[in-house]
Design a protein around this ligand. Sequence first.
Ligand SMILES: N=C(N)NCCCC[C@H](N)C(=O)O
Ligand SMILES: O=C(O)CCC(=O)C(=O)O
Ligand SMILES: [Fe+2]
Length: 323
Amino acid sequence: MSLPTISLVPFLTPTPSPTPAQLETASALRQACISYGFFHLTDHAIPLTFLSSLLSRTAEFFQTAPAAEKQALKRLPPPLGDNARGYQRLGENITGGQADWQEAIDFYRPWPAHLPPPTSDALLTGPNLYPHTPATLAELLREYVDRCLDLGAALVRAVALALDLTPEETASLHAATSESFWVLRMIGYPPLPPSSASSSSCGAHTDYGLLTLLLASPVPDSLLVQSRDGTWLPVTPVEGAFVVNIGDMLERLTNGEWKSTVHRVEHRGASYRVSCPFFFEPNFDARIEPLPTCVARTGGVAKYEAVEYGAHLVGKIRGNFYD
Ligand SMILES: N=C(N)NCCCC[C@H](N)C(=O)O
Ligand SMILES: O=C(O)CCC(=O)C(=O)O
Ligand SMILES: [Fe+2]
């Protein structure tokens, strides 16, 4: 099935006031976010050759890194690790109480020095663990983070216009994402065993933050997006495009006008699928509550309380692993 496609060209460079091309894109973005909460993003300024190398080096890590290297990168409880960053073996992740058929590495923004540790057990305060195999992967991952942060900032400009925010609300949205507590996840999906009709590569969930930029192997129908009527729409990848979706914090900011759409992964067939979702999130300590312009458009009553993004994230991480 085809999700809407949005070209980011008009938003790549900030402008003092909205251009006609920006207004046109903002209106298409608004429709896509209301109808699906998911869209393909093209013309994002990240070269296809870079994205292809990142995907192929990621596949190389999962398929060829020695077991000892994966062991050395393991997500560990304190004092050796911070319980969140690092490598997770097949079956270590759970969604909705069921194991996901995937292995992964999580990277987060380095813990901001000015914030107190979020929990007594030092969750999230440790170092990122970058792979050594293949040799060029760590540098690609770091460059990918920088590029995705720029892309996230451009998308926030588009979102502010699509939501018709006041200048004050636009400024507060930019301030709430200026130190984005980003997450980069490298995921490897071996095909699901053919016999296991009930198992899943990644169970049905919503993403936690603002906007997810999903880069994945071009395998059709592995990612499934729940439509507004409850049916599952299989996604056909568009070469060089990101699949972008809305997270829980953007649903809250919009007072539910835009929903954080439920999605899941069911990867069958013969290929080894990889993905590198970049989660462009609010600052860890950002207070997220419905924006007045969105409240006014959705019946005049705030349907969500204010939350600190970090508190929401910590609650989610607690339920993500078997141990
Ligand atoms: N930051 C995000 N969205 N990470 C991926 C979430 C995948 C689902 C997760 N196991 C869960 O149960 O929520
Ligand atoms: O790999 C994918 O296509 C999606 C992964 C995903 O939804 C997630 O990690 O949040
Ligand atoms: Fe997701």
